[in-house]
Design a binder for this molecule. Structure first.
Ligand SMILES: *[C@@H]1O[C@H](CO)[C@@H](O)[C@H](O)[C@H]1NC(C)=O
Ligand SMILES: *[C@@H]1O[C@H](CO)[C@@H](O)[C@H](O)[C@H]1NC(C)=O
Ligand SMILES: *[C@@H]1O[C@H](CO)[C@@H](O)[C@H](O)[C@H]1NC(C)=O
Ligand SMILES: *[C@@H]1O[C@H](CO)[C@@H](O)[C@H](O)[C@H]1NC(C)=O
Ligand SMILES: *[C@@H]1O[C@H](CO)[C@@H](O)[C@H](O)[C@H]1NC(C)=O
Ligand SMILES: *[C@@H]1O[C@H](CO)[C@@H](O)[C@H](O)[C@H]1NC(C)=O
Length: 341
């Protein structure tokens, strides 16, 4: 760009005025040439600035009225001032909003973590919105859905609407996320969405939970309704009374698949600002959830959930064919799943 500019200038000024033109005409032509070259150069410079730093340009132009001096510039890519189409943010129009996505796999504690986050006055996590197949049918429907969520136009029981400080939702890796990972990484980077990964370390326990949940979906043990999460010890005990008979081949397939997907997901989103949590770590140390508040730059508060853990007993009491399962895992790199808890 700059080279082009100077080429034009050189040509313009290098052209010698012809003797037979009158002085006035020469001056007029020279002035015109000077004005237009200044104009062309200013366009060049503008475009160069724009190409070098498109993000800064965009943020500054759009969000200038709400910029607070207390927010460091390194945070600018992650703060937003959405303008919902369906309502007005009123006195919170200048409350900055952070975008997150809780990325996880089924039966890894994400329902629990989400209720903890939603008990915070400033956080809205809108649930498993891509469990509805039409919303994930292709990248266009996914992006339209995301745009609605991050524009604070999504309604759910978790919406705190105009005064939300952090907005997101829960997304299982197998709900169109891994199939569309390239587009999603691009979207997350462009819009400053920060992933919160939540994985489970003990993939044998996860599989027990998957099987028990699938069983309850069919048998509806709690007064004829299926419950994926429960709020009382009694209900938890009813669901935990089912002891699955585990097909060892399927168990290994699931463990391998889950390990691969979790690693791939972290790798794909490696260059986004993110945090990785493990269910077991949070169960052992509830204070770990504070790390999420710090990550989202939200004030510390006590977080509460009504969820009651379903499977609390030792694994041998929860697997029908324990002997077979334990023998097949012994001596493999997954042996620790048998003991750790
Ligand atoms: C995406 O899916 C929606 C709904 O299923 C459909 O209406 C739309 O045409 C699809 N778009 C593309 C680009 O495939
Ligand atoms: C949290 O919510 C309260 C009440 O709506 C609001 O006054 C405060 O500014 C919010 N804080 C953040 C960090 O969003
Ligand atoms: C079924 O419903 C009855 C009455 O509504 C309640 O007392 C009972 O605890 C429920 N049973 C289970 C397993 O949730
Ligand atoms: C799972 O991975 C292990 C090694 O990581 C391999 O030995 C085993 O054959 C795999 N099992 C299946 C069912 O893919
Ligand atoms: C993340 O990406 C960077 C550069 O793209 C690479 O150097 C680094 O090894 C990656 N880290 C992981 C954990 O994949
Ligand atoms: C619990 O987690 C918090 C936050 O990560 C950490 O600061 C603290 O040291 C942990 N406590 C224990 C006992 O591990």
């Amino acid at each position: 760009m700059v080279e082009d500019c100077s080429a034009i200038n050189k040509d313009a000024f290098g052209t010698k005025p012809h003797k037979k033109y009158p002085v006035v005409l020469r001056t007029v032509v020279l002035s015109l040439v000077m004005i237009s070259s200044v104009y062309i150069c200013s366009i060049c410079i503008k475009q160069k600035g724009f190409i070098i730093n498109p993000n800064v340009m965009r943020v500054e132009v759009k969000d200038q009225p709400c910029r607070r001096p207390s927010i460091p510039s390194s945070e600018f890519p992650y703060i937003h001032y959405p303008d919902p189409t369906t309502y007005n943010r009123n006195e919170c129009a200048c409350t900055p909003v952070r975008f997150f996505a809780l990325l996880s796999m089924q039966r890894s504690g994400s329902g629990w973590l989400e209720t903890l986050l939603n008990s915070h006055i400033n956080i809205s996590s809108n649930g498993e919105i891509f469990s509805v197949k039409e919303r994930r049918s292709n990248i266009s429907t996914i992006i339209a859905t995301l745009d609605k969520v991050y524009n604070l136009d999504w309604y759910s029981s978790a919406s705190k609407n105009e005064c939300t400080g952090a907005v997101g939702f829960k997304w299982m890796l197998n709900q169109g996320l891994m199939q569309n990972h390239e587009g999603m990484v691009e979207y997350f980077k462009k819009r400053g969405v920060t992933p919160i990964f939540l994985f489970r370390k003990n993939l044998l326990r996860r599989w027990v939970s998957v099987l028990a949940n699938a069983h309850d979906r069919d048998s509806k043990q709690l007064n004829g309704t299926h419950k994926a999460h429960v709020h009382s010890r009694h209900e938890a005990d009813v669901l935990a009374s089912y002891k699955p008979n585990i097909d060892v081949t399927k168990l290994f397939l699931d463990i391998n698949h889950t390990i691969k997907w979790n690693a791939d997901a972290i790798r794909f989103f490696n260059n986004t600002r993110h945090i990785v949590l493990y269910y077991e770590d949070i169960v052992l140390n509830r204070t770990k959830v504070v790390d999420v508040l710090d990550f989202l730059r939200m004030p510390h508060r006590e977080l509460k959930s009504q969820h009651v853990k379903i499977h609390t007993r030792p694994l041998p009491d929860q697997i029908e064919n324990w002997k077979e399962v334990s023998q097949s895992l012994k001596g493999t790199k997954f042996e620790s799943f048998l003991h750790s808890d």
